[in-house]
Design a protein around this ligand. Structure first.
Ligand SMILES: *Cc1c(COP(=O)(O)O)cnc(C)c1O
Length: 438
């Protein structure tokens, strides 16, 4: 399998190069040259597979002969060691809980798979890969815990001092081992600028093998298709007539793009609902046919505050820039903070189910769709992208109680923060990077 750039200037390349580069040299996003299709016979065989077995079968054609099958199997087994519960809310609505991983958010799926794949490629070349990442919170923690303990890799995270929540900071700074957290005197933009300077520095590039782990990496996208495949097969098994619709709380639109991949592979998925907060560039595009990104707006569902989503380039590529083709398969809704809170209250009061603010945007969008368009056969799955305990303050303000914190989150809060303060100064970062132990 080869991977081409959505900008179509850089040449097509291997999975290994695509993963280690992240972004293509022409600044496009990597896409597989074709999407493998699973026959109905094969789907039938896969319906009783475990999550990691299914992940292996899906990943195999995407890697072609770049990795031994036994190594790939090891990667899928070690990446997906947690449950993926599909919880029934009522006859037509399910929640797919994607927050059972170490940082309690769906980004663990992408980060854990990418870490192990990167480690395998590094081992092949007998190299130590240094992953450099700037974070405003959530991505950094998934990357820290994703790469923790993975041989042939180490991670350096830059985060803005005083500008991440206490929980995020604990998640960023307690992984230890091959993960180093740098607390930068500056804001997120300063962190990002330092990382860019590091990638551009010839001396650093020649002494370290640097790579990024941002969300546009194809190795983070691919594993996100696994849970669409898994949930759709589970539902089909129970209800062979079901027409399955996925609702996806979206920010940078990697999650939704992975869903489109799963549909193209032949998994039984009818269509998607793109749920945005007030950062509504994609719902507006689906409505009007013109893409006019706005500056980012701050909302309650912070991880979805993206004014100009990167993965929109991949969506355009898949649908040949046809808004008609895209809107045949995706309906978009924008949801306000007031509506988000109202949904958290109603679903808790009526069903006893506690939603985090991101998932609540999804449930609200699904409600809007159902008010317009009721179909008896459709069964909806809302992706739950984070555990509500990650947003205790919002839960407290909205529902007026303090929720119980799951043990694995409480444990992180009790660990000792290990971070190195650094000035907002490239020379300081550079000498630190050059002095890291091997
Ligand atoms: C990152 C994130 C999202 C948005 O996912 P995209 O793939 O960027 O669209 C939604 N919810 C949570 C909790 C997240 O961390």
């Amino acid at each position: 399998m080869k991977y081409y750039s959505t900008s179509r200037i850089s040449p097509a390349t291997s999975m290994k190069t695509a993963v280690l580069q992240g972004l293509a040299p022409d600044r496009g996003l990597y896409m597989p040259e074709w999407i493998p299709c699973f026959s109905s016979g094969k789907l039938d065989e896969l319906k009783d597979a475990s999550f990691s077995e299914l992940a292996f079968e899906i990943a195999k054609p995407f890697l072609g002969n770049e990795l031994d099958e036994s190594r790939l199997q090891e990667i899928t087994e070690q990446s997906f060691t947690f449950k993926v519960p599909l919880v029934r809310l009522n006859n037509q609505t399910y929640i797919l809980e994607l927050f059972e991983g170490p940082t309690l958010a769906f980004k663990d799926f992408g980060a854990r798979f990418m870490a192990r794949l990167t480690g395998a490629f590094a081992e092949e070349d007998n190299k130590l890969i240094t992953v450099l990442v700037a974070t405003s919170g959530d991505t950094g923690s998934a990357v820290a815990y994703g790469f923790k303990g993975v041989p042939n890799t180490r991670v350096v995270i830059l985060y803005p001092s005083g500008k991440v929540s206490r929980l995020q900071e604990q998640q960023l700074t307690t992984a230890g081992g091959n993960v180093t957290a740098l607390e930068v005197s500056g804001d997120f933009d300063a962190c990002q600028k330092l990382v860019k300077e590091a990638f551009a520095d010839a001396e650093l590039r020649s002494s370290l093998t640097l790579t990024s782990a941002n969300s546009i990496n194809i190795a983070r996208l691919l594993p996100q298709s696994f849970y669409y495949a898994y949930a759709s097969l589970q539902l089909k098994k129970k209800n062979p007539d079901a027409e399955i619709v996925f609702t996806v709380p979206s920010g940078n639109f990697g999650n939704l793009t992975a869903g489109i991949f799963a549909k193209k592979m032949g998994f039984p998925i009818k269509r998607f609902i793109a749920a945005s907060n007030k950062n509504d560039s994609v719902p507006r595009y689906l409505e009007t046919g013109s893409y006019e990104p706005h500056a980012t707006i701050e909302t309650l569902s912070t991880a979805m505050d993206v004014g100009n989503p990167s993965n929109f380039a991949r969506m355009l590529d898949i649908y040949d820039s046809s808004v008609r083709a895209m809107s045949d398969e995706i309906t978009g809704y924008s949801v306000s903070d007031a509506e988000t809170r109202e949904t958290m209250r109603v679903i808790y009061d009526e069903m006893g189910y506690l939603l985090d603010p991101h998932t609540a945007v999804g449930v609200t969008a699904l409600g809007k769709e159902r008010a317009k368009n009721q179909s008896e056969k459709e069964i909806s799955v809302v992706l739950s992208t984070a555990h509500p305990a990650k947003f205790v303050e919002t839960v407290r303000e909205t529902l007026e109680f303090d929720m119980q914190i799951p043990e694995r989150l409480a444990n992180v809060l009790n660990l000792t923060k290990q971070s190195t303060p650094i000035a907002n100064d490239f020379q300081a970062l550079k000498s630190l990077l050059l002095s890291l132990p091997c």
